[in-house]
Design a protein. Structure first.
Length: 115
């Protein structure tokens, strides 16, 4: 199975995660998610694979996210909708492999899904 990385080449953690995958001899599919934003359905599937709440997939510390004014108890649907409208708010990098997903924060966190 070939992993896919939702990658932002301007992000240090994203570059480190990609380098980690390549150092393991993997040639992942690279999705430049800012140029090719995931749909709402793709975001929901990524969230399902992560097994985490939508807030974990959002860059909640980003000023643009805070400017949305979402309440602290905003549901997954509201957060995923915001991510679909503005992919800059998606936490990166995200690696998907074999029906599993992991955020590369830290980059080594993706190793658990490479089995």
């Amino acid at each position: 199975m070939t992993p896919t990385i939702w990658h932002n080449p301007r992000c240090t953690k994203s570059r480190e995660t990609l380098a980690l995958l390549q150092a393991r001899g993997l040639d992942p599919d690279i999705r430049l998610y800012l140029d090719d934003p995931p749909s709402l359905a793709e975001l929901a599937e990524a969230l399902r694979l992560l097994g985490l709440p939508a807030r974990a997939l959002a860059r909640t510390g980003d000023e643009a996210f805070r400017a949305l004014g979402l309440p602290a108890d905003a549901g997954d649907a509201a957060i995923l909708g915001a991510l679909a409208r503005d992919p800059r708010l998606i936490e990166r990098p995200l690696v998907i492999n074999g029906g599993r997903a992991a955020l590369g924060r830290p980059p080594e966190a993706v190793l658990s899904i490479l089995g």
